[in-house]
Design a protein around this ligand. Sequence first.
Ligand code: SF4
Length: 494
Amino acid sequence: MRQLVRNILLVEPKYKSKYPPLGLMKISTYHKLKGDRVVFVKGCIPEMQVQSWDRIYISSLFTYYWKETLQTIYYYQASVPSPADIYVGGVMATLLYDDLKSATGATVIPGLLDKPGILDAGDKINIDALTPDYSILNNIGVNFYYKLQDCYIGYATRGCPRRCPFCAVYRIEPEFVHYLPLKRQVQLIQELYGEKRDLILLDNNVLASERFSEIIGDIKSLGFEQGATYSYINKSGRTTIVKRHVDFNQGLDLRLLSEDKVALLSEIAISPLRLAFDDLSYKEMYENKVRLIAKYGINNLSNYVLYNYRDHPDELYERLKININLNEELGLQIFSFPMRYIDLYSKDRLTSTNGNVGKYWNKKYLRAIRCILNRTRGLVGTRRGYFEAAFGHNLDEYHKILLMPEAYILNRVQHEKDGSTELWWSQVCSLSGWERDIFMDIICNHRIYTVNYSELPRKVKDTLSHYLEHNNRKKNKHNDGRLLQSSLSSHFLK
Ligand code: SF4
């Protein structure tokens, strides 16, 4: 007997994402195979909330999107027969399984949908192996466009054999799968949803695959060899030819990048080649591998630079500078992406939350880095002039910038011209040892709005006025809290 058609709603909470929600797209394919009606929306949509759904799937991403994800779950709870008819999967669902279940009563699905019968008991379909349903992206209930929705997106491997403590991959994909049939994935997307220009691979550690050369062979045979092009008809009706790109978006493991593998990578249209530079102790290896990459003619690189973990702030500066030096030495374009470490289980990104501030970092320095990166959307350009203007010509200037009032960092030229930066710095430099300790304690712990100003020495007060006058213009609360004069474990101005 044929099963009744079910009404299925797929929801991605309204956080920013450049990737379309692959998990939901595969669930869409699954339910359509079952003959169900499927609708996809982004966020909380009143027209969807008022309808009755048999089941609602909500995806989750990082744990720090806890609030947005819970809001979405609560929003749709009255649209299903019971709270357990809301299914939540994804990264946060895996890492905060118990919390999510007890806070919402939803059915929480940890890990991958790579075994049959997870969504419907007795079913034989491996949902993770299904072709993502790209068609749902066209009926999004809000004006939302994913930057990468017009690409082939897939996996050539799954998981990672390593266990880096700052990474969630092994908790979500504990088994390393050396090979997945990439050709089949891409060909099916092409047949069903048309040809696409670029190939985005979400592999966590493709270089660990024993079948890496076979994967490169697959990529080449799909039309993504070095120099490959793609043609399309543009808006004015002309045929336009552009270069194709292959992007191992999660980055390649430096430690496994042998000369043989670089040679293989140079045979495909890789751009950019992404590397992680997580720790300054890899300096020599990193520089040597980048030289190897340059030797094989790959010029466009992207570098994930983890900070606020076990590193010292100086190590962020050093790693960024290494990329500038390599760009000049080798004629490369290495763009750096500093990535702030957030505790894996943190429910927000706040620096007041335990675990979100690294041992050698503090709230002020993290806010300063955010201000520096504010204008460039998180990217550090390839030129020395840009880097030195943003981060300083040397470590002394970098320390000064980290300490600078945020308004002075954001509007550097204006405040240098009107003399306020110079005045601020002369006041900082004129502080005596114990005054400097007080000042640093307030600044580094971001206590400028809560400290009791009436108890502060005059010179400290004057110096702090730069932060008050220009920093968000929040009202100084001048509370009666006792001024802590604790010595700082780590700062630059002792
Ligand atoms: S190598 Fe990369 S993917 Fe693997 S555990 Fe480390 S950070 Fe995660």
